[in-house]
Every structure is written in structure tokens, then in C-alpha cells.
Design a protein. Structure first.
Lengths: 248, 162
């Protein structure tokens, strides 16, 4: 029987969502065009060629190396793209993803990515077209709620603050707005105004966000309710303590 | 040297803590209603800052034009909201005023709120305040603005003290 990877223990909806994010088996909820994505990322003009830092690998003549023969380069590496980043911020108020699970998703399901996990934000650096592939995946699927998560390259403040009355996570640079029930971005991820309003999608209802979240909260699914998770957390803690113990 | 803004009968300090940040319209209604209540001696509006320009990063210097940065009119004074209203701290003359504040909050804030009693505003001048503001500083200004900031720009007197 083929081995099936088991990503996360637990029987609650939060544990199930964590498994979904890690395995990449997430539901697609919306679409964002390539040009719109390029516009909000702000690294190059939409429709323009990818600038490169070196010639395509095929033209460079790589040295003989068994590892290079085994590992197929990513499309971005093949073409010699620049390294560029995408950064997400997820609200503590039942946002679907958290920085850790965005990183797990990136590291497990995408090649050539360098995820950086911080308390309130998550950044991924990769070759430009590889990064765009990942950004598109995470924005279009249930990993992102347009109201509770946003693209923020700089000035990420807001993830731990109460939500404003309109339910859109506070942003000091006002990149996202709710217009006619849809969240639009009228600035790129660092806060520079862009030429058009990019529709990101409709916000999830409170009930739907609570259903899709990967965050344990006492007012939704409490961490202590998930007995299997607690058991594993205790087991790992126990083992790491014992293996770290070194009597002289 | 020690002068207190709370040298009245039984001053009470309360904090209004809404469950969500208030949009400018709700904040305006709330502040307006509170400004009409007799017995509120000092008020402090707190929340995350809404800058005019992007302060740092690649877009530094770009105009933000924040949707929440609005001018509101309170007791015939024009105020610009430089923060998104997250909590309002009040110094009240007595317990009866607290009841009025509670009623106003019940009426205006639709998203739920906490009204906590405690010590939220500075009441005594510290040595640093003395060094910064001198011996004749107005005790009502204590704790209302950043001592390093320009006090005149951020503190608003709605009613002169008789």
C-alpha cells in the first residue's frame, strides 16, 4: 500500500484545516489574473518580461555535477529570474492561515522557495515566477480571506489588533478597502498607488472564517479540546527535553 | 509642586473599550454625545495612528489618504482624527456620570464594548513632567499627550473651566 503522508494530528476542524494547508489540498475559492497579481506585488510592470540576474541555465553551460543532474531547476531558476518576495499578514481573528502554516504550505508543496516565518507576517523569497506561482495559489485558495489576510510588503501592523467595524483587518497604509461587498486593493503590497483597483474577492462570513481557520481560539475551537494534538505536543516536548538532557 | 487634575469630590476614571475599532462616523457620534455630558473633565482618545505619509519602506513619502482619517465636528470644534478610535479614557466627576456614559455607549456602539473603571490617566505631575513643563503646567494636560509631541496640536479644550 502506498504511503500517505500524515501532516498533523487531531480530530477538530482546526486540525483538519492544518492538514489541508500543509498538504496543499485546499479549495480554490476565487481567481486573480496574472496581470492583477503582478500589479499588487509591485515588482515589475504587468505584461513586461521577467528581468533576469543571469542568462538562462541552458545557455550558461553548467559544470558536471551529479546533483544538478538529479535536481530539475525550477522554471524561475532555469530562466535566471531575480529573487523577489511576497509577504502575507493574517489576522488573529480567525484568519484561515497563520504564518507557520503558510510556511509549511510553501516548503512542502513548492520548490525553490525560502519561507520566513515571523509572529505577525510571513514572507516567501523565491525566483520571481516561482514566487508568483505560490502567491497566486495562496491568494486564490481557502488559505486567504480577503478581509482577514492581506498582502503587505512593508508596514504589516494590524494582525493582532481588533478588527474595524467593517471587518477588514486594520491597515495603516490603507491598501485594501471594502467596496460593494468586495475587497479591492488600490495600492501595491508596499503602499504605492496602482493604476487600477484589483478585486481580491468577497470577505468570508464570520461563521465561514471560524470553519476554515487554522487558529485554535477559546471562542472557537480551543487547543485543549484537541486531545490527540495535546498528546503529541506533550510527547514531542517530553522527547526533546530528554534528548536535550546531557548529564556531565 | 504636586497639583492634581483630580482634585474634585470623587473623580472616577473609566475606559470605553469597544470590541471593534470604531469607524469615524460612530466615533463622531460617540464623542459628540459624550461632549454634551456635564461632569466629564478629561477625555483621551486612543488607537492606532493614521499617518499622512508612508513613514518607511519602499513607498516612503507617498500620500496615504486613509479612509478613516476624517475631520469630525465636536461641540463646534473641527477635529481631524489622527487615530482609528480603539478606546476612550475619561475622567468623570462622580459615579453618576459613569451611568450616563454607560447609557450613551449602549446607544451608540453597536458592536459591544467593555466599560472598565480604573486609573487610566495620569493625575500627578512627575519629576519628568516638572522638568519638561515647568512649575506652572496646566494639570488638566497631564497624561493627555506625548510630552515629546506638540501639545497644542493634539489637545483640544471643548469647554473652558469656570
Amino acid at each position: 500500500m502506498a504511503y500517505e503522508a500524515q501532516y498533523y494530528p487531531g480530530a477538530t476542524s482546526v486540525a483538519e484545516n492544518r492538514r489541508k494547508h500543509m498538504s496543499g489540498n485546499v479549495e480554490k475559492l476565487r481567481e486573480i489574473s496574472d496581470d492583477d497579481l503582478t500589479l499588487v506585488l509591485g515588482h515589475r510592470a504587468p505584461g513586461s518580461d521577467y528581468p533576469s540576474t543571469h542568462p538562462p541555465l541552458a545557455e550558461m553551460g553548467e559544470p558536471e555535477c551529479s546533483v544538478r543532474e538529479v535536481v530539475e531547476p525550477t522554471p524561475g531558476a532555469k530562466a535566471g529570474d531575480r529573487i523577489r518576495y511576497v509577504q502575507f499578514v493574517d489576522s488573529m481573528y480567525n484568519a484561515p492561515a497563520t504564518p507557520y502554516f503558510r510556511s509549511y504550505n510553501a516548503a512542502i508543496n513548492f520548490r525553490g522557495v525560502d519561507p520566513g516565518t515571523l509572529s505577525g507576517r510571513q514572507v516567501v523569497e523565491a525566483r520571481e515566477r516561482d514566487m508568483e506561482e505560490l502567491a497566486k495559489f495562496q491568494i486564490e485558495t481557502e488559505m486567504t480571506c480577503p478581509a482577514l489576510a492581506s498582502l503587505r510588503g512593508a508596514t504589516v501592523h494590524g494582525h493582532s489588533l481588533r478588527l474595524p467595524e467593517d471587518g477588514i483587518m486594520f491597515d495603516m497604509l490603507d491598501r485594501c478597502r471594502l467596496e460593494n461587498g468586495t475587497v479591492i486593493m488600490h495600492k501595491d503590497q508596499v503602499g504605492r498607488p496602482i493604476d487600477k483597483k484589483v478585486e481580491i474577492g468577497k470577505p468570508m462570513s464570520e461563521a465561514e472564517a471560524a470553519k476554515r481557520t487554522t487558529i485554535y481560539r477559546v471562542d472557537n475551537v480551543a487547543f485543549r479540546d484537541d486531545k490527540e494534538v495535546i498528546e503529541w505536543v506533550h510527547a514531542i516536548f517530553d522527547l526533546s527535553t530528554k534528548y536535550g538532557f546531557k548529564p556531565e | 509642586m504636586i497639583t492634581s487634575a483630580s482634585d474634585t469630590e470623587n473623580p472616577v476614571q473609566v475606559e470605553i473599550f469597544p470590541q471593534r475599532f470604531l469607524k469615524p462616523e460612530t466615533a463622531k457620534n460617540l464623542i459628540n454625545e459624550l461632549s454634551a455630558v456635564d461632569g466629564i473633565m478629561r477625555a483621551f482618545v486612543h488607537g492606532p495612528r493614521l499617518p499622512i505619509e508612508v513613514p518607511f519602506g519602499p513607498a516612503k513619502g507617498e500620500i496615504v489618504d486613509h479612509k478613516f482619517r476624517e475631520h469630525i465636528s465636536v461641540a463646534d470644534e473641527d477635529l481631524e482624527l489622527t487615530v482609528l478610535v480603539g478606546r476612550i479614557r475619561l475622567e468623570l466627576a462622580n459615579e453618576e456620570v459613569k451611568q450616563k456614559v454607560q447609557e450613551i455607549c449602549d446607544r451608540v456602539i453597536s458592536c459591544g464594548f467593555d466599560l472598565k473603571e480604573g486609573l487610566f490617566l495620569q493625575t500627578k505631575q512627575t519629576v519628568s513632567d516638572y522638568a519638561r513643563r515647568g512649575p506652572d503646567a496646566d494639570p488638566r494636560m497631564l497624561g493627555l499627550a506625548d510630552p515629546k509631541g506638540k501639545v497644542g496640536n493634539r489637545v483640544c479644550l471643548l469647554r473652558s473651566m469656570e
